[in-house]
Design a protein around this ligand. Structure first.
Ligand code: PEP
Ligand code: MG
Length: 596
């Protein structure tokens, strides 16, 4: 039986299953005598304090292991515990209604969680699990329950659970947990973020996972395809063993290529950068053999916290990335908040279509002081490395002009104040909207470079929500409408003497990356995981062949013939170990090259 979920953290693992039953505390309503009310409140405060101590210890452990940014999740949990409204509501409930603290507390927390449950915004919805995580922690202390613990696993296992709070994922003993499978959650849930940071394969949103697996079962988890196969038969077990072996061989072959440039057989050099979300991951980009950072998504800096990051805090973080990259270029994408990335302290109001709303540069221009602070921090960091800056979601020349005006006034301030910075930082824009594609010639006059954000460009060009699981099969990078948009952008940029990159997920597929190079793209920026594979792919192809192929693709009437073209012609040039990416666990024998 193969269960399908959402691929949350890459990797493949096969092993015995450990079902983690949902931790449900039976909290009964009990009347408390008047003389014991204060003692009840004291014990509630004691449980809060003990939970704070747990969380601080976890937080510090994560900060040491993964860095301050990942640890910030736990600051959010600490804030939930410190919320004066919550504490007051519990105290009042105990005193006025003479009820036990655990029962009152559980009631208060469920009403907070319920408010998040039905939100349209996926990111905010995921915050519900943070609240439940905190609730369980406090109840555990209040009721004196044993911790649900994985520390004493006798052998490495695949964990299957309804949900795991981020603190639980953070505590998973790395050598003992092969992978985990959750019934709920999305790509942006904190559990998934922590799993990726810790290198544990994970599949989430697997409906009915706990009903489908039993103790004693074995499971094969494919964190690339988002599949979980329960009790694979001998043939399928062999398939996974081969897949694991290929991954190991691939890692070895790719490692050997780390220091080589991303250059085609006929000498076309492509700048191959890494995408980064967290400053602490910069060393991973170097280890993967990146030429630089092609996309630093700075908005993650603004999330999971309660107030704006200061200029100094941002400067230190950006400077750290520049220093880690030791002179290699770093493109800081200014805050791309809005859409699915919502910072509640900014007072963002509900929008019916957040991806078409106050997002990216629109939101930045609507909050000029916040935007200025970030640009200042980026410029200050430029004194410590090779910095480039780009604006996301630009949809008109006027918008770009306003952003550049703001940048110029920041530059003038820095010069007047005598603050060290590099005044020649190149400023570019992301091409993510159809309007930017069609105005690319005009935009190129004011941009040092373009970076095509294909994740958004696809969704806006095809009118397909990038996060909607029900449209996932239609969200098609190889649609000729997308390819023609890229072609138009590249031509406009080159005519103005500007270079063009692609930094969306599309660039991370080796076969599609080759097609992008055929379309004339000069730079690609991909995840650290994809980077060595894309480099290997580009080193095995000829640019002239790709150019001819791209012309054929542009003439295709739909995505299917493009996919066939790529499957036949690009695949023939690729090293055999890249075939691993085309093996879909969910479809034995399927060989869907370009969309893997
Ligand atoms: C994109 O849209 O392709 C992109 C790189 O930006 P993000 O995924 O952060 O929206
Ligand atoms: Mg984007």
């Amino acid at each position: 039986m193969i269960l399908q979920g959402i691929a949350a953290s890459p990797g493949v693992a096969v092993g015995p299953v450990l079902r983690l039953e949902p931790e449900v505390f039976a909290v009964r309503e009990t009347e408390i005598e008047a003389s014991l009310l204060e003692a009840e409140i004291t014990s509630f405060k004691g449980a809060l304090e003990a939970s704070r101590r747990d969380l601080t210890a976890i937080r510090d452990g994560i900060a040491a292991e993964l860095g301050e940014d990942e640890a910030r999740i736990y600051d959010a949990h600490l804030m939930i515990l410190d919320d004066p409204d919550m504490i007051q509501a519990v105290e009042r409930g105990v005193r006025d209604r003479h009820r036990n603290a655990a029962w009152v507390f559980a009631g208060v927390m469920s009403s907070v969680a319920a408010r998040f449950e039905n939100l349209a915004d996926e990111y905010l919805r995921e915050r519900r699990s943070d609240i439940l995580d905190c609730e369980r922690r406090v109840l555990r202390h209040l009721l004196g329950a044993d911790r649900r613990t994985l520390g004493d696993l006798s052998e490495p296992m695949v964990i299957v659970a309804h949900d795991l709070g981020p603190s639980e994922v953070a505590m998973l003993p790395r050598g003992k947990v092969l992978a985990f499978v959750l019934e709920v959650g999305g790509r942006t849930s904190h559990g998934a973020i922590v799993a990726r940071g810790r290198g544990i394969p994970a599949v989430v949103s697997v409906k009915g996972a706990l009903q489908s697996v039993h103790s004693g079962d074995r499971a094969a988890v494919d964190g690339f395809a988002g599949t979980v196969e329960v009790n694979p038969d001998e043939a399928r077990a062999t398939f996974y063993r081969r897949r694991l072996e290929k991954l190991r061989l691939q890692a070895g072959a790719l490692q050997a290529m780390m220091a080589q440039p991303a250059e085609t057989l006929d000498g076309r050099r492509i700048e191959l950068g890494a995408n980064l979300e967290l400053p602490s991951d910069a060393p991973m980009a170097l280890e993967a053999g990146a030429d630089g950072i092609g996309l630093f998504r700075t908005e993650f800096f603004y999330l999971n916290r309660v107030d704006l990051p200061s200029e100094e805090e941002q400067y230190q973080a950006y400077r750290g990335v520049c220093e880690s990259m030791a002179g290699k270029p770093v493109i800081f994408r200014t805050m791309d908040l809005g859409g699915d990335k919502v910072a509640s302290y900014l007072g963002m109001t509900h929008e019916t279509n957040p991806f078409l709303g106050l997002r990216g540069i629109r939101l930045a221009l609507a909050s000029p002081e916040m935007f200025r602070t970030q640009i200042r921090a980026i410029y200050r960091a430029s004194a410590h490395g090779r910095v480039r800056m780009m604006f996301p979601m630009v949809s008109s020349v006027e918008e770009l002009a306003r952003a550049l005006e703001l940048r110029d006034s920041v530059l003038a301030d820095l010069a007047r104040e005598g603050i060290a910075h590099d005044p020649t930082v190149e400023t570019g824009i992301m091409i993510e909207t159809p309007s930017a594609v069609w105005m690319a010639d005009a935009l190129a006059k004011h941009s040092a470079f373009f970076s095509i954000g294909s994740n958004d460009l696809i969704q806006y060009t095809l009118a397909m929500d990038r996060d909607n699981e029900r449209l996932a099969h239609l969200y098609e990078p190889l649609d000729p409408a997308v390819l023609r948009s890229i072609d138009h952008t590249v031509k406009a940029a080159h005519a103005a003497g500007r270079w063009v990159g692609v930094c969306g997920e599309m660039a991370g597929d080796p076969h599609t990356a080759a097609l992008l190079v055929g379309l004339g793209v000069d730079e690609l920026s991909v995840s650290c995981y994809d980077l060595p594979r894309v480099k290997a792919a580009l080193r095995s192809v000829r640019h002239d062949t790709l150019r001819a192929l791209a012309q054929e693709a542009l003439a295709c009437p739909s995505a299917a013939p493009v996919r066939a073209l790529v499957r036949e012609r690009v695949d023939a040039m690729m090293p055999s170990y890249l075939a691993i990416d085309r093996e879909r666990s969910s479809k034995p024998g399927a060989n869907d090259a370009a969309t893997s």
